[in-house]
Design a binder for this molecule. Structure first.
Ligand code: UT7
Length: 329
């Protein structure tokens, strides 16, 4: 494959209606404060799905926006790749539900389970599909309803996560635009630092499991933090090396939005000033697979990404999974 092969031709995003501020946690009996959450994470708000809102509904809304921006109809989609850790159903995939909602009858559709790296993995898998054969137009979505899979009594996690969907349409590259370098890694030996211990096929849900909350996300925050900084820093170097670019060639860094301190440490290592870093963790919290495509869509609509912009993406998540990508728009 000669790069750039695939380009990002359109973006969109959607969130549930309800926005929840840090102050609202105390009323739910959680021992935390707006000050602690802002100081340690940078988060001020997140969106929380309500009745009738599903991963499929917000993903479909984000997808329609991205398809409109790209000038692509549902009938033209060859594939739908959806990164998520919170699918509407364990069977079938949310991607096929989105396919049905869009009426994208020709598209092959499947989910990718790579947690916060879901969109980044999805984009690289889409590029590979396109390079391998008959795929011209691929919808890549990162979407989560994390508030449905967190333990609402656990202050270590409940304040961090939010819901949302981001979508991108990938098409064949024209005029030298598109993915110019890409990097993906995984390390399953550290899986239990961020996971849902029970409730899967290895240990199906029981009333006891539900009562103790072991079917919900559990995280060793400090350990994950250290690994995230180390891996994202390395991934930035790899993507720049792969693209044969220097940090000064990057117009915008769009990192996974988990914690402002992780973002700042990553930018510092990559030698990219914070003016060139897109940050929206304050308004969305950590939306896992959705965080990068939501940030990208906002950056595009704010005019921070335009024709010719060179953008460095970097992600890290449960698994562990991580990776990076340089894209010329
Ligand atoms: O999406 C990719 C994966 N996720 C991440 O990248 C997240 C990575 N981790 C983090 O962002 C941070 O580790 C956290 C924000 C989760 C925690 O920040 P920290 O500075 O690492 O704090 P800590 O875990 O070391 O905890 C400090 C203290 C503890 O109290 P003690 O043991 O020192 O008395 C916690 O019990 O803060 C306490 N604490 C809280 N206090 C108030 C933990 N959660 C809360 C809370 N409100 N919500």
């Amino acid at each position: 494959m000669k790069r750039p092969f695939a380009m990002i031709a359109g973006t969109g995003h959607a969130v549930p209606k309800r926005r929840m501020s840090n102050d609202e946690f105390q009323a739910l009996g959680i021992d935390t404060s707006d000050e602690w959450i802002r100081d340690r994470t940078g988060i001020r708000y997140r969106y929380v799905a309500g009745e009738g809102e599903t991963l499929t509904s917000i993903s479909t809304e984000a997808a329609r926006m991205a398809m409109q921006a790209a000038g692509v109809t549902a009938a033209e989609l060859d594939a739908i790749v959806l990164g998520t850790a919170s699918p509407d159903h364990l069977l079938p995939s949310t991607a096929v539900e989105v396919q049905a909602a869009l009426g994208a009858t020709r598209a092959v559709a499947f989910d990718i389970a790579a947690a916060c790296s879901g969109w980044l993995y999805g984009a690289q898998v889409a590029e590979g599909l396109m390079a391998a054969g008959h795929y011209e137009t691929v919808l890549v979505i990162g979407a989560e309803l994390l508030t449905r899979i967190i333990n609402w009594k656990d202050r270590n996690t409940v304040v961090l996560f939010g819901d949302g969907a981001g979508a991108t349409v990938l098409k064949r590259s024209t005029r030298g635009r598109g993915i110019i370098s890409a990097y993906m890694r995984s390390d399953g030996t550290l899986a239990t630092l961020l996971h849902r211990p029970k409730g899967g096929a290895a240990c199906p849900s029981t009333p006891e499991i539900i009562a103790e909350g072991s079917d919900k996300i559990q995280m060793a925050g400090r350990e994950v933090f250290k690994n995230a900084v180390r891996s994202m820093a390395d991934a930035c170097d790899r993507a720049l090396d792969g693209a044969k670019l220097a940090a000064s060639d990057i117009d915008l860094l769009i990192p996974h939005q988990a914690n402002i301190r992780i973002i700042e440490a990553t930018a510092k290592h990559a030698n990219i000033p914070m003016e060139k870093v897109f940050v929206n963790v304050d308004r969305y919290g950590n939306t896992s697979a959705a965080s990068i495509p939501i940030a990208l869509d906002e950056a595009v609509r704010e005019g921070r990404v335009h024709d010719g912009s060179v953008v460095l993406f970097v992600a890290f998540g449960a698994g562990f999974t991580w990776g990076s990508m340089v894209v010329r728009f």
